[in-house]
Design a protein around this ligand. Sequence first.
Ligand code: CA
Length: 431
Amino acid sequence: MKVKQAITVCLFLLLLSSLVLAQEVGNIVGTITDEEANPLPGVTILAKNIQTGLVRSTITNLQGRYRLERLTRGIYNLTATLTGFKTLTQEKIPLTAGDELRIDFKMEVGKLEEVITVVGESPLVETTRSQVSTVMTEKELLSYPQANRNFLNLMYYAPGTLPNAPTIGGSAFAVNGMRGESNNYMLDGMNNNDMTDNSQAAGVALLPPEAIQEFRLITNNFNVEYGRNTGGFLNVVMKSGTNELHGSGWLFYRGPGPLFRTEDWLTHERPDYSRRQYGATLGGPIKKDKTFFFASFEGINQAIKYVRNPFFFTPEALAKAKGAAKLFFDKYKSAYPVPTYDFIDVNGDGVKDYGRANFQYEDSAKNYSAAIKIDHIFSEKDRIAFRWLYNYNKFEDGLPYYWVPGKQLERPQDYHTGGLSWLHIFSPNRV
Ligand SMILES: [Ca+2]
């Protein structure tokens, strides 16, 4: 019985640790001193998220140090107050997920009611950690060119990455010479890895760029909380609603005509390529300063025609088919291309066995994603976030490797991913 209880406790702790790992949050740390650089204990440090109204506070220790842990990413105003000193405020501090910002204050003797606002500070740089990481926020996400508007292609802009490293089932970006399968994909701090070969093409749940607040790709000197894989660590944070109602909509259209496609170098044809990508987002308050929502939808409809010239059996070779092969070709021969050039006589009996034929086929894809995120602040000490994301993909391949003439291969995929995180502050020093 004791063993069972111990296992239960361990599982519970594991669950807790994975929740705590949720990298939706960042830290602000620093030291408060007086004008002679003596540390000031007992200073109240208050951080207020100006987008959601969330307030967190702590008090400096005997060394004048403070540490505000696991603040939701956003824009903060930071205020330091101590009786006998002028109140200091630094406004509009951008905190991204996984950040640890150092903000030190030097307080002047004076009345508490006198407020000094610090503006135009030098850019905030993480000085407390040595990790190498690339962060992209909303502005970069929407302004950088990205093939097919898939944010994973933005990883190529990060130092140390190589695009399209081959994986068992496709390709993925590679980090610092590791394999394409070696990255760790996270969504809102939760596992988003493809369970088959961990390439980015298949099983990674995707969000449209408009629904992403930011991502961070860590490529070196990982902190202890980042584990699992040896390549890059990628965390994507979905947007949350704020006190203001915001929305967006988009439509990207590429027509089917030859105007939209360059000539194929081999066949000199301009096969059709049509693609429509459309969607919308909406976020805002359900209850001001308390409950927020953010929702997104995106659809992609794509059809690409190809002309390829693979080898096919000649009618003479098909006439010699036996057993199961004969049954197969008897059934599908009418749809099987007849080769016209580059003939090969494999066994030297004077009968041509293979030849090439120009073969046109179509690959099509339909992808839909829908996501919703609800954030609720119970109090300064408790807040929860719930996210649900649905991805539906249907691929139809005109020339798969186990091809049946005239039949497309259908590959429907459904992903539901969800997460619920609860952050509780036990005390200003314990989360
Ligand atoms: Ca032959």
